[in-house]
Design a protein around this ligand. Structure first.
Ligand SMILES: O=P(O)(O)OC[C@H](O)CO
Ligand SMILES: [Mg+2]
Length: 244
């Protein structure tokens, strides 16, 4: 039988799970990168991962401000930048695909009665486009908190979105110590830790490891997540392996 004492005290106390969406559940960060590269090329500039790290996970207008500030393009306002990228994003988002392991993990936690939700910087209109092929999977979430939710005053790295998500679980607010957040973005990990939660980071391999600080665990893929390590119900296969 599985030995529960192999989990440390924090990991063993997880009862609720919050998922980031872009770059974590859905392979959508590549769309932002592609579009931003196209826009920057018009100004003979290139997009790099240090800028990407500052933008990922934020609300659209917040990341637009960073983009304009950091690239020094003064002929575009952040609002104009958002308009300029919108048509391209709207045609790409409906093609969004799931990240490896996302479906398995969501279905596993749901089937085992672990309350799960999504907390994404994406606003409603983009969320609807990105998830239009994944409605059934996202319907397994207890709730979804979006970047344009009135309770989310500031985007990540502010803890606002994760604290709002913790409140909306049944019996909420859930103690942050009992919540595990999955994130791909450095600012998202920062937000989860500021909210007092545990954070598993699944970063893009192109993100420099200097951005990995703060996460409680770094994984290459959701496929590598072991629920048992966190006191969560093990995957079937893992459960049988513990008998060996
Ligand atoms: O990573 P998310 O799901 O918080 O989304 C944030 C933006 O929409 C994209 O960086
Ligand atoms: Mg993300």
């Amino acid at each position: 039988m599985a030995n529960p004492t192999s989990c440390d005290s924090t990991k063993g106390s997880i009862t609720h799970v919050i998922f980031d969406m872009d770059g974590l559940l859905l392979d959508t960060e590549k769309f932002y990168t592609e579009v931003q590269e196209i826009i920057l090329a018009r100004y003979n500039k290139t997009f790099d991962w240090s800028l990407k790290a500052k933008m990922m996970g934020k609300k659209a207008i917040e990341s637009a401000r960073i983009f304009i500030e950091e690239t020094g393009i003064d002929s575009l306002t952040p609002e104009e930048f958002l308009v300029e990228r919108e048509d391209m994003l709207q045609s790409l988002f409906p093609t969004s695909e799931l990240m490896p392991g996302a479906s398995r993990l969501i279905r596993h936690l749901h089937a085992n009665g672990i309350p799960i939700c999504v907390a994404t910087g994406s606003h409603k209109r983009h969320f609807d486009l990105k998830t239009q092929r994944h409605g059934e999977l996202f319907s397994l979430m207890h709730h979804i908190v979006l970047g344009d939710d009135p309770e989310v005053k500031q985007g990540k790295p502010s803890p606002d979105i994760f604290l709002a998500a913790a409140k909306r679980f049944e019996g909420g607010p859930i103690d942050p110590q009992n919540i595990l957040v999955f994130e791909d973005a450095p600012l998202g990990v920062c937000a989860a830790k500021s909210a007092g939660m545990s954070a598993v980071m699944v970063p893009d391999p192109r993100l420099d490891s200097s951005y990995h600080g703060g996460a409680d665990q770094i994984l290459s893929s959701l496929l590598d997540f072991n629920p048992y390590e966190w006191g969560l119900p093990p995957f079937e296969k893992a459960a049988s392996q513990t008998h060996i």
